[in-house]
Design a protein around this ligand. Structure first.
Ligand SMILES: N=CN[C@@H](CCC(=O)O)C(=O)O
Ligand SMILES: [Zn+2]
Length: 402
């Protein structure tokens, strides 16, 4: 049986043929199985399930291209310290931060980690997101990284949400290798990556390339191994210091360079006309109480493909709400509401190699569709801090809990 989304007030999507975002009014969208069948003014279809969308905005379901959803415990204490003035990197240098999450995850069984992560990732669906990229990176031993990636696989199998898995063994140097960095890098290249590939547990390999974490040269070594084992590349680049992570991403044909709060002129130049999407995380800048938002407006104007993500994680961005990220991108980075929507649909699909399948509302595309309880698409950013989701269709099926 087909489903018809009737009388859509505003349908907002990237139009591949026109090469621009379009806002269509008073349309019907027909779903057949897990695909969009047609968009237009449909004649009445016999035996179709109808869903009234008058006075609603309909968009492609959101795609969140940067998340860290598999962790054991919250880090509320660090949040409290930060609001009293402690610095995020100082907390990390004192053994907190990522290493705090590493300690708690190592003490948790795979089953318990799965049980903790499940309600967290369900929340993405409740906020209109149907696909997320999901990183490991709080294990930092072969066993604990595999455990995290197996949890991501089980979450993917248990929910309609699609999780695209990323191996992030290079998220931090664990305590036991603090004085033997080379040894840890060899563990990643010679043991972790082959094991991840053997079980086919990840699509991507990511590295936190930062002055206090992994250098450019170390990142290159990890990328060499990742590519040899068929993993595609993403990178945490130029978040706190510009050490050339963005340029490296482009030269290695990475699908994304993420953060970019401190991206250099060379980095911006490299991104232009490149394959690499700039993934901007304004929620992180906001939540860390910083003011140096990444230059998303400039990047966009220079012709760089800009996507937006929550960076959901227990330390630097504790939210699954991409609508809030739209607001931050508009207010602090001066993207227009329409550009911001393009960034969490079409551009994020491109950053994950999913552009032929989703991120757009057009016949033949996957029926991942968000229906919002607002009359104007701008309200998704303007009427902020809210969850305006009315319904989510994932693979053509209406989610029960949305
Ligand atoms: N910057 C590095 N990694 C995460 C933070 C992880 C954490 O604090 O737990 C990020 O993307 O913000
Ligand atoms: Zn991250």
């Amino acid at each position: 049986m087909r489903t018809v989304l009737k009388n859509i007030g505003q349908l907002v999507t990237w139009d591949e043929n026109l090469g621009e975002m379009v806002i269509l009014e008073n349309q019907d969208l027909v779903i057949a199985l897990d695909r969009i069948f047609s968009i237009g003014l449909s004649a009445d279809i016999q035996d179709a399930r109808e869903f009234d969308c008058s006075n609603c905005v309909v968009t492609p379901a959101f795609i969140d291209p940067h998340t860290h959803p598999v962790f054991a415990d919250m880090r509320r204490k660090e949040f409290e310290l930060r609001v009293q003035g402690a610095d995020y990197q100082a907390i990390a240098a004192a053994g907190g931060g990522i290493l705090n999450s590493v300690r708690s995850l190592r003490n948790m069984s795979e089953d318990e980690l799965f049980d903790r992560s499940l309600p967290r990732v369900k929340k993405f669906l409740e906020y209109g997101t149907a696909t997320i990229e999901a990183k490991s990176g709080y294990g930092l031993t072969t066993m604990d990284e595999l455990k995290s990636l197996r949890v991501i696989r089980r979450l993917n199998e248990s929910l309609s949400l699609d999780l695209i898995p990323t191996f992030l063994g290079a998220h931090e140097i664990p305590d036991e290798y603090r004085n033997q960095r080379d040894k840890y890098i060899r563990l990643i290249t010679d043991e972790m990556i082959p094991a991840v590939a053997e079980e086919n547990l990840a699509v991507y390999c990511d590295v936190f390339t930062e002055k206090t974490v992994f250098s450019r040269d170390e990142t290159e070594k990890i990328f060499d191994a990742a590519q040899a084992y068929g993993l595609r590349l993403r990178i945490h680049a130029d978040e706190f210091t510009a050490i050339g992570g963005t340029e490296l991403a482009v030269s290695r044909h990475a699908d994304s360079a993420d953060h970019l709060m401190k991206v250099s002129e060379e980095g911006i130049r490299a991104l232009k006309n490149s394959h690499t999407t700039a993934i901007i995380l304004p929620g992180t800048t906001f939540f860390l109480g910083k003011c140096d938002y990444a230059p998303a407006r400039r990047l966009w104007d220079e012709g760089v493909r800009v996507a937006l993500a929550t960076d959901f994680n227990p330390g630097s961005s504790m939210t699954q709400n991409l609508s809030l990220i739209l607001t931050l991108a508009c207010v602090y980075m001066h993207l227009s509401p329409l550009e911001a929507l393009q960034a969490v649909t079409w551009h994020s699909a491109c950053s994950l190699g999913l552009e032929s399948d989703r991120g757009i509302l057009a016949p033949g595309k996957r029926a991942d569709i968000a229906i919002w309880n607002v009359r104007d698409y701008r309200d998704l950013a303007y009427w902020y801090g809210m969850n305006h989701l009315k319904s989510l269709f994932k693979n053509g099926v209406r989610e029960e809990y949305a």
